[in-house]
Write a protein that binds this ligand. Sequence first.
Ligand code: B12
Length: 250
Amino acid sequence: MSGKTVVRPYGDTTGDGMVQVSFTLPVPHDKRAEGAAIQLANKMGIDPAMLVHAKQMGDGFTFFVVYGRVNHLVDVSAVQVVERDFPLLSAREVNAVVKRRLRRKLSVVGACIGTDAHTVGIDAILNVKGIAGEKGLEYYRELKVTNLGAQVSVPELVEAARVERADAVLVSQVVTQRDAHLHNTREMSAAFREAMPAGRRPLLVVGGPRFDESMAAELGVDRIFGRGTTPGEVASFLVHALVTDKRARA
Ligand code: B12
């Protein structure tokens, strides 16, 4: 990053404040709908606002793309994010630490819970094929992975974790409609706390593209992983939290 910490969006020239937003309004596509889109953009602080795309999406809905200027500034130095606070290990290093320090395989149970059927994300983390050029956790010799798949209920998950003597439970939540991901995660963490005494509870990890990674404590889990997570990051965190630095647990 350059020395500047206070920045503006960039469209055509540096700092010109240009942004592009898209949204849908529950109105059929006509001139009035386009005016309504501009009005909304103005209320969002985009001024001037140019309509660059409008398309009717079925009966009574129109999708818009608006391009325009905002005057807001962003102070990058004031941004708070969850930074990686554990070392990134290779698969070989993860296997070596588990074998030497745990002296048994580390058991991982994963699932999509609730009605969520989006398994691509959890499969990317768990299945051998992995993602982004990295192999998934099944590839790690010292990890024992049980992938329960889609639409697993919380009681089923708790039971599977018990049967598999899970060291870690990995849950994926992709659908966020009506905050389903938050409700399901809270239900899951509460169920584990009720079913298992402190100290015997597995490490609870959730992931999905629309989680706020800073909400782990609020949701009762040990870690949240968001968009673009790779299996290596997850394996490194598991080793850190369960083997090399147990203080990482909530
Ligand atoms: C593929 C897909 C489907 C497939 C799913 C197939 C399958 N087996 O997974 C099908 C067609 C079944 C489907 C159905 C539906 N879908 Co869909 N789907 C998608 C789509 C196009 C891609 C999702 C995906 O695979 N991403 C790729 C993976 C690799 O990324 P990821 O999930 O983010 O995972 C990464 C990270 O988030 C993280 N991660 C994820 N989970 C976990 C877990 C752990 C433990 C960790 C550590 C990390 C981690 O690591 C992963 C790798 O980096 C998205 C739109 C989009 N472009 O994202 C919509 C989307 C998710 N679907 C959506 C919707 C609404 C639905 C339906 C409700 C549609 C309908 N009306 O029927 C149904 C719901 C079905 C159900 N019961 O869940 C919405 C959700 C909106 C919302 N706010 O919740 C989206 C965003 C589309 C949209 N823009 O509206 N869908």
